[in-house]
Design a protein around this ligand. Structure first.
Ligand SMILES: Cc1ncc(COP(=O)(O)O)c(C=O)c1O
Length: 451
């Protein structure tokens, strides 16, 4: 039985842990003042601004990173999952060094561009590819491809699924559920100011893990729907797994109405399996968007698709521009990541490490009666601070935010750097003992908060 957590205790511990953190970060705290004179908000990306203090980094090696104050952390963030290969991997360092000496950018594709497309074809089973530089661009293009290929405008989007910052997709994630309509028929709510309402008018929002909701949209407007985009495993509301039959059911429903299915595998990509959630689920979408981990820390994104979907790029119906698309430096990094680092044995190791790790976390939750559940897929996972199972965004919106924040502060003060809300990622160089350290800090938090 979960115990009742006392909010005043959570607040007192949060103040105590924040004060401890301040003692570790005098230089970061001071540097934030200088940074905010030239960087808006003192950061290059809004996510870098942490509560209560932005931590400025200095270097990384293997499973460890260091901040400006010289504190060492076990990295369980891995840069939003990008660094699933570990930091400063010698093979990536060498590949980049070689490519730099040969020139890093031409107005022509290079051999590596083709090699990386071939490697992704083998992994994801999609015959044709294009490259971009960020996940936001890749998902934006995935929607364009579906629209151009079908000649229709509407996109079905899952509530709580994040696809980057483009105007067309910055909708219905990390929002106030009070404004988002009924749980089974959500309305489109933009996530940020500056996005015209018109973009929301061509979206239809559905809850995750709800085939009936998609069926309803298709029954009403099926001949207007170009396709549906989703994270096949939600990884921007903690980790939430698809229920059996959900992904295959989506593909069948959409195809029955002449619409397409796009998987946003920016996070799942090459991290949870060689061929990402496509391989993991056995469901092949029409279009797949990749980014983050494929470049081993160099910005790169990719879009793969079936011959039918990608025809619009082949015949020029759809423009596919981008100065840095298929940049040789990115391609050199991606090639070595895909051929020499993220090899098939890695995913088997992730599976075994994760089973042990998840069991240890569940053991802590059970022993202390924490109102929490764990969902993991190989090297990625999260704790949802809610006693009931989490199967969609609305469930996740009901987690105990202050408790989640406190758990994160305990990790930081124990010398572990996890994301503050995102799923954790462990890398190919993380050892079982590293994961034990995370569990130890989690137990310290559990003991304190339930004492
Ligand atoms: C699932 C998913 N799609 C797309 C994006 C956007 O990628 P980027 O930040 O590279 O634009 C992200 C970023 O976190 C993501 O998690």
């Amino acid at each position: 039985m979960p115990v009742q957590i006392d909010p005043t205790r959570v607040q007192a511990l949060t103040e105590q842990q924040s004060a401890l953190l301040a003692e570790k970060l005098p230089r970061s705290i001071e540097f934030a003042k200088r940074a905010s004179q030239s960087l808006a908000g003192g950061v290059a990306c809004t996510w870098h601004a942490l509560d209560p203090y932005t931590i400025y980094g200095s270097k990384g090696e293997g499973s460890r990173i260091w901040d400006l104050d010289g504190n060492e952390y076990l990295d369980m963030h891995c840069g939003y999952g990008v660094m699933v290969i570990g930091h400063a991997h010698p093979k990536v360092v060498e590949a980049i060094r070689t490519r730099v000496g040969l020139g890093t950018h031409f107005a022509m594709p290079v051999e590596e561009t083709v090699v990386v497309a071939e490697l992704l074809s083998q992994r994801f089973g999609q015959p044709l590819w294009r490259f971009k530089n960020s996940g936001s661009e890749a998902t934006m293009d995935a929607c364009r491809i579906m629209r151009a290929a079908t000649g229709r405008d509407l996109i079905i989007k899952v509530e709580g699924s994040y696809h980057g910052s483009s105007d067309g997709l910055a909708w219905s994630y990390w929002i106030d559920v009070e404004q988002a309509g009924p749980a089974d028929r959500p309305i489109a709510v933009h996530n940020t100011a500056g996005v015209p309402e018109a973009f929301g008018s061509v979206l239809r929002i559905v809850p995750y893990n709800d085939l009936a909701a998609v069926e309803r949209v298709l029954a009403d407007e099926g001949d207007l729907v170009a396709g549906m985009i989703l994270e096949p495993i939600l990884m921007n509301a903690g980790v939430i797994q698809p229920e059996p039959g959900y992904l295959a059911g989506l593909r069948d429903l959409l195809h029955r109405h002449g619409a397409l299915l796009a998987f946003d595998e920016v996070k799942t990509g090459v991290t949870i399996a060689s061929g990402g959630a496509t391989e993991w689920s056995g469901v092949h979408p029409d279009v797949v968007a990749l980014a983050k981990a494929i470049g081993g820390g160099i910005p790169v994104a990719a879009i793969g698709g079936t011959e039918e979907a990608m025809r619009v790029l082949v015949d020029g119906t759809l423009e596919g521009e981008g100065t840095f698309n298929g940049n040789p430096l990115s391609m050199a990094a991606a090639r070595v990541v895909l051929t020499e680092i993220l090899t098939p044995d890695v995913y088997e190791r992730f599976e075994a490490q994760n089973a042990r790790f998840t069991a240890a976390l569940n053991d802590v939750i059970a022993r202390y009666g924490l109102p929490a559940t764990v969902q993991t897929v190989r090297c990625r996972g999260s704790v949802h601070f809610r006693a009931e199972p989490v199967r969609n965004f609305r469930d996740e919106a009901g987690v105990d935010g202050p408790l989640q924040h406190l758990a994160w502060l305990y990790q930081l003060n124990a010398g572990v750097f996890p994301p503050s809300g995102d799923p954790w990622t462990f890398s190919v160089v993380h050892a079982d003992e590293d994961l034990d350290r995370y569990v130890e800090a989690f137990e310290g938090f559990a003991a304190a908060v339930t004492a």
